[in-house]
Design a protein around this ligand. Structure first.
Ligand code: 5GP
Length: 181
């Protein structure tokens, strides 16, 4: 499936499910080499990172602790420029090394706000892995620690990411064809 339409918006294939699978293997190997027997608390940023995190964490072999943080910043195609943390298990955070698992880092606001919140509540150290990274949109100095694919500023759907809450179930990643980069 090379082209799709969601709510009247056209999308074309950007990253196939096979390419994603290969990348998730590579990222899992990097995490295994990094953490070995000393895994941080893995915090999945919902809703978008649920699919990526499920695939990634199944590949790491050893047992680790998993929780979720639910954050919201996008409205349709646009960032709302403020981030709401709707759920975070605050009792798990204190003195912990934490790995945030993101689907996509765009401006970096969501990752930064969650990191600040975790550190404010006593986290020892916070790292971030993201499947997708948009360097041209990124507005901060410190990049995510682990990056799957670097993409342009195009709006993408699939593999957990939505347009108007649709398209999260697509196995590949598609980009909005109206975006010119
Ligand atoms: P940031 O705060 O870095 O600007 O945006 C992070 C969040 O915005 C992501 O976790 C994701 O929910 C959403 N987001 C950013 N870019 C895209 C995109 O291209 N497609 C979709 N579906 N969501 C995006």
């Amino acid at each position: 499936m090379k082209k799709i339409e969601i709510d009247g918006l056209a999308f074309e294939l950007l990253i196939s499910s096979q390419e994603i699978s290969n990348k998730v293997n590579v990222l899992a190997k990097r995490l295994i080499a990094q953490y070995q027997d000393n895994w941080p608390l893995c915090l999945i940023v919902l809703n978008g990172a649920a699919v990526f995190a499920t695939d990634l964490l199944k590949r790491i072999g050893s047992s680790c602790e998993i929780s979720v943080v639910k954050a919201h910043s996008y409205d349709g195609l646009k960032s709302t420029e403020n981030v709401t943390i709707e759920y975070l298990a605050y009792d798990l955070i204190k003195d912990r090394d934490i790995l945030l698992i993101e689907d996509i880092v765009d401006s970096g606001l969501t990752m930064t706000v969650i990191k600040q919140e975790l550190l404010k509540h006593g986290a020892k150290n916070v790292q971030c892995i993201t499947l997708l990274f948009k360097p041209n949109a990124y507005q901060y100095d410190t990049q995510p620690d682990y990056i799957g694919f670097v993409i342009g500023n195009e709006f993408v759907v699939g593999y957990g990411m939505d347009f108007n809450e649709k398209g999260r179930n697509l196995a590949s990643i598609y980009k909005n064809t109206l975006d010119q980069n």
